[in-house]
Design a protein around this ligand. Structure first.
Ligand SMILES: CC(C)(COP(=O)(O)OP(=O)(O)OC[C@H]1O[C@@H](n2cnc3c(N)ncnc32)[C@H](O)[C@@H]1OP(=O)(O)O)[C@@H](O)C(=O)NCCC(=O)NCCS
Length: 383
């Protein structure tokens, strides 16, 4: 092993990335599609690799997402495809790569970064902590079929409705003060709606996208701005109950469907946890929403060894649904936390749980739970 270098992946290195990928994630098809897709990350400086001499031995890429936090959109670098060649593992290469990813998130101006961890250890060392879950619930198709909503006009949708879908989802997440769902680049929404295996329908204030999944049906996303639309769209999916017995659905644990369906979701709900990290603490606080009625003034001491710009004494003010983190004088009363505690707090983890795990020490809780509370963070998509 010569001295390792962090580089931007280039087109002629994609073959090596593919080789490391199949050694990491297993056999894969559609190399052509993956390569086309990979180019979009290269073009925009969002694909990072590690070279040993001329050999590419590790790579990772970043999605340019926005993520809803308490009803507001916060730019978020979604880290994916983190791979290290088997013969280079266990020697700090993954850590070297992820440090470069964090720095690139700084350079790109993402206040947040998130990922689905295959192992938490690597990411926790770098300041990521669990932020929320992706839930896959299963409902009885026959239950959904009879939900009604027959007075609601529903039409077939396609690629040309991408902007409309983003707008409808945005309205719903803003009014529900959602935390967690991603906003994808519009080109990806177009590709999703264009795929003939995805069935998309739209009403005045909502839409659904679903597909077949091993003889059953699976809802990728269902947004409804009213009870009638929720009934109409779920019933559209449930109309497949003569063939499909089950409808799997990616949705939040407080989606109205849980209150509408006669039978509760099956006991075997699948949960994938995702992790979050604040890249720029003041920007992340300023961008997210806070509960309208909460007023908070408190001191925090943040120690962030990976991103020293976050380290320091801060004053957190919350009022009128917004928050601000401003530099402050050191205070012995300040609550102390590192990046993991900060990420989990941002995602609404109760302070008592963070104290119990040693991720917050000192200070008083002084209304922090109320400030960061809200509907449970969730994501619909894996990336
Ligand atoms: C996961 C992976 C990227 C780690 O790369 P690496 O170069 O071995 O990581 P590092 O040597 O920098 O290890 C960093 C820390 O993570 C730990 N770690 C690495 N792989 C681990 C694993 N599979 N399980 C538990 N801990 C692990 C290391 O022990 C080290 O912690 P320590 O310093 O406390 O001992 C690499 O094993 C890999 O490519 N795996 C297959 C693909 C994959 O799972 N990618 C992650 C997708 S989210």
């Amino acid at each position: 092993m010569t001295e390792l270098r962090v580089v931007d992946v280039t087109e002629d290195q994609l073959d090596s990335v593919w080789q490391v990928r199949i050694r990491s994630f297993g056999p894969a098809n559609d190399r052509e599609g993956w390569t086309k897709h990979a180019r979009t990350f290269i073009e925009d400086g969002r694909f990072i690799g590690v070279l040993d001499g001329d050999d590419l031995v590790a790579a990772a890429r970043m999605w340019p997402f926005e993520q809803w936090w308490s009803g507001r959109r916060v730019p978020m670098g979604g880290v994916a495809g983190v791979v290290v060649a088997p013969d280079y593992r266990g020697r700090g290469v993954g850590s070297l790569l992820m440090r470069a990813v964090l720095q690139r998130c700084v350079d790109k101006g993402y206040p947040l970064t998130g990922l689905y961890p295959a192992t938490t250890v690597l990411y926790r060392h770098l300041g990521y902590e669990f932020g929320g879950n992706r839930y896959k619930f299963s409902f009885q198709a026959a239950d959904l079929r009879t939900l009604g909503g027959k007075g609601t006009a529903v039409r077939k949708a396609g690629r040309g409705d991408a902007e409309l879908f983003l707008e409808l989802a945005g309205k719903a997440h803003e009014s529900r003060r959602s935390s967690g769902p991603l906003i994808w680049p519009v080109s990806h929404v177009e590709a999703w709606l264009e795929d003939e295996n995805n069935f998309a329908y739209v009403a005045d204030d909502g839409f659904v996208v679903y597909s077949w999944s091993d003889g059953n049906l699976a809802v990728d996303e269902l947004i409804a701005g009213s009870e009638e639309t929720a009934r109409a769209l779920w019933a559209t999916v449930g109309s497949g109950s003569s063939i499909a017995t089950t409808v799997h659905a990616y949705c939040s644990p407080f989606d109205p469907i849980h209150l509408l369906a006669e039978h509760e979701a099956a006991a075997d709900t699948r949960i994938n946890r995702w992790m979050l990290r604040l890249v720029d603490a003041p920007a992340a606080i300023e961008a997210r929403g806070f509960p309208a009625g909460v007023v908070l003034e408190t001191d925090l001491r943040i120690d962030d060894p990976e991103l020293p710009a976050n380290t320091g004494d801060w004053h957190l003010s919350v009022a009128d649904g917004s928050g601000r983190l401003t530099p402050a004088e050191p205070s012995s009363d300040a609550l102390r936390l590192g990046p993991r505690g900060l990420a989990a707090l941002y995602a609404g983890t109760p302070v008592a749980a963070l104290r119990g795990a040693g991720l917050i020490t000192g200070g008083a809780d002084s209304g922090l739970d109320a400030a960061f509370s809200g509907p449970t963070p969730y994501m619909l998509d894996y990336f």
